[in-house]
Design a protein around this ligand. Sequence first.
Ligand code: NCD
Length: 302
Amino acid sequence: MIKHLRSAADLDAATATLILDTAAEMAALAGREVKKLPALRGRTVVNLFYEDSTRTRISFEAAAKRLSADVINFSAKGSSVSKGESLKDTALTLQAMGADAVVIRHSASGAPHRLAEWVDGSVVNAGDGTHEHPTQALLDAYTMRSRLGRLEGLRVAIVGDVLHSRVARSNVLLLSTLGAQVTLVGPPTLIPVDLPEKLQVSYDLDSVLPDSDVVMMLRVQTERMQDSYFPSAREYSRRYGLDVPRLTKLPEHAIVMHPGPMNRGMEIAPEVADSPRSTIVEQVANGVSVRMAVLYLLLGGK
Ligand code: NCD
């Protein structure tokens, strides 16, 4: 087993599949009255969040607690970070407290890689800048597999603000490892330039929909935009928003995903987000099982 999960590229097909299979076992626990396993009793998991988060933070906390680990939640607000303490000094503090795993979210791409040099425990990337978000990709793959029965050969359209999306980057890596076929869709200004050759790109959402098994909508990340990347929200939504008429262009079995938080009415219409095709709430539930599997396996579970 690998020690850290910093990038989806850390995972080969066998390891990724082991995580997904273990997550399925963990999911069985969610149906029980007592949702706890003793697996990580006596181990310490630190959640180190320098950027805002709802789902990911709660999900990692629930996952560690369900495995009986001691959980320390650190958020930059209210800590010595606001006094200018560096990541390195914070890391050394965590090291002194004996953290077995550190889950980090940071606005700087590559922060988890640096952190892994300073602590002895396992490092899990919970989102670093515009770089990666590997556990999101795992929970997305888990959701696709449980809804559609396989990943091999699946046609996945990832739509919207790909340029700023760590979710897209990690999904592209993991889905390629697991044999799915990814098409990136969005305005040319929001699609990165130096893409691997086997990735397909389209600027026309309507033409991609009929040939997709999965449509993954991405949030337009205005907080990361210094320039204007499209004329107006209305124009964006008209060309790249998933509304009800577009939903009907999808094959019968296709599912609609979104990592959250959503801009309802912009990249996704409320009726689509709440439709039976949408797996958005399921993705959140699956996130806990997948993060349980990750913590369990990284910390030496068998
Ligand atoms: C994403 C993130 O923070 O990278 N959300 C998440 O983790 N569920 C996507 C986003 O912010 O748009």
